[in-house]
Design a protein around this ligand. Sequence first.
Ligand code: NDP
Length: 287
Amino acid sequence: MEGRRAQILDGKSVSGLLRQEVARRAARLRSRGIVPRLEAVVAAQDPASVAYVRMKRRWAEEAGIDSGTFEVHEGDPADRVLEHVWRLNQDPAVHGVLIQHPLPKSADEATVLASLDPDKDVDGITPTSLGRLAAGQAGFRSATPLGVMTLLDHYGIECEGRRAVVVGRSVILGKPAALMLLEKNATVTIAHSRTRDLPDVVRSADVLIAAVGRPEMVRGDWLKPGVVVVDAGYNKVDGRDRDVGDCHFESCSQVASWITPVPGGVGPMTVASLLANTVTAAESSDA
Ligand code: NDP
């Protein structure tokens, strides 16, 4: 297909700026004797989760945020994890807790999430955090959609009055993304697996957030010319050798005005947002 190419929403470089700002804030806290600290809870036997947590901890440490990990094994009773989360809730030296989805079945993730102190929920994924967002109250916003909104803000992309379509309605991504777009006064549609005529729904979007988990599902001919495409999908293809989003980059970038690449779009913004929330939690403990 011939035509224009969209401008890139460069999550890699914007997340770098955000991480520098986080590092400055962490340094200020350290100079006052407060060491920001992020603790992760992760399924030990899930290589993808372990790799994500390792990367998040590395970026945290680079920004001056100390970190630790608690590993959960398949068969561990929910009580063991709940007791650990309870200790983290009580520990004033811990400012943020990341519960990496998915935990082993035996750990009962929903109960673990509900037990986390919302003021330490820096990934913004507990029911209380989502409720605060829905109610328009202050609280930690879910890291991935927060990263998306920060990226749009950085490039001066206005949502007010525009039609936004979010494809996907998960609690960590699609739903909070829709609520955050609503906060920005967009007119929001949420699509999902039972949506009829999905390409037509997507074609109504001025701003599209794809959060599906289906490699390259959204094609260029589904899009309205000039749409802003934010692809939160992250899918391994070609025997796990290649990462692609939920949007077919080549065809979509011929029609969109702006587009996120995968990798290098939403992924790094998610981690930077988690770190920003963690220093915010540490700053509140200083108040
Ligand atoms: P979930 O599997 O929890 O949710 C997927 C959503 O997509 C569901 O609401 C589902 O609908 C909908 N869906 C599935 N198939 C279709 C279809 N054919 N047409 C329309 N809608 C469909 O996924 P997540 O929200 O956790 O993740 C979505 C994607 O984002 C994944 O690729 C994941 O890897 C990526 N991700 C990226 C992150 C990042 O930092 N970049 C962080 C988290 C996730 P229904 O509710 O009806 O089942």
